[in-house]
Ligand binder design. Structure first.
Ligand code: HEM
Length: 205
């Protein structure tokens, strides 16, 4: 039987994804470096870490606008539309496959097709990360870049402190997402299949 090939990742999406992936990895490394800064020892010089963090933050923000515009203007938006009815059942079915089914050699319950690029767990996590975690990280990041914009006090607690906590929490959640994302992306026909797809654009079923 001939191998099925699907073109799922258009050029603009691959360009965004590549820039976003590198940008976010640098943001995580430099963010951790600042969070755990120590005057006696630093993995990256503190000032360099701040500058790199600011530059990558701006690059990821511009990239995010490309992602949003691309997802408004092209058919890629259809893969992000959530159907709430029966969602819990579908998420559980996919979770069961990842934790049991795939180790028993079962077929995936939601195979990739032109109509369905993501399985329910992938779709749910992409929507939460791209429409909640990343925008909150961007807005709080911009606020920290221009602290004069931030409310001085919220119930006697410093507004900058609250913004920084929210920003770092999003960084933490995006880091956890990234670890799970890399593991899940390695599940497929072979461990490199999906990584090749996000570079070439073609999914090999
Ligand atoms: C080293 C870093 C990364 C690698 C190697 C990587 C790898 C991949 C791969 C292989 C895919 C295609 C298969 C799939 O959908 O699972 C993908 C898609 C995707 N990744 Fe990543 N990723 C990285 C970082 C990130 C980051 C930091 C984010 C977001 C904060 C992200 C968000 C997404 C999204 C939303 C998609 C689906 C895009 C679409 O088809 O509309 N990725 N990634």
């Amino acid at each position: 039987m001939a191998e099925e090939k699907l073109y799922l990742y258009p050029v603009w999406l691959r360009a965004w994804h590549g820039i976003n992936a590198i940008g976010i990895v640098v943001l995580i490394v430099t963010g951790l470096n600042m969070q755990f800064s120590n005057p006696d020892y630093s993995f990256i010089n503190f000032e360099l870490a701040v500058n790199l963090h600011n530059i990558c933050g701006i690059i990821v923000t511009i990239g995010y606008l490309v992602f949003i515009i691309g997802n408004i203007a092209t058919p890629n938006k259809k893969y992000y539309r959530m159907k709430w009815k029966g969602l819990r059942k579908r998420l559980f079915k996919q979770f069961r496959f990842y934790t049991q089914g795939m180790f028993k050699g079962e077929k995936p319950p939601f195979p990739v097709s032109e109509k369905r690029k993501f399985n329910p767990l992938q779709k749910f996590s992409y929507v939460v990360v791209m429409y909640l975690f990343v925008p909150i990280a961007i807005v709080t990041g911009i606020a920290l870049l221009f602290p004069e914009l931030i409310i001085e006090e919220v119930y006697t607690v410093s507004g900058i402190f609250l913004t920084a906590i929210l920003h770092a929490s999003m960084g933490f959640l995006i880091s956890i997402f990234l670890i799970v994302h890399l593991y899940v992306a390695s599940i497929g026909k072979n461990p490199l299949n999906n990584f090749k797809s996000i570079i070439t654009g073609w999914h090999h079923a």
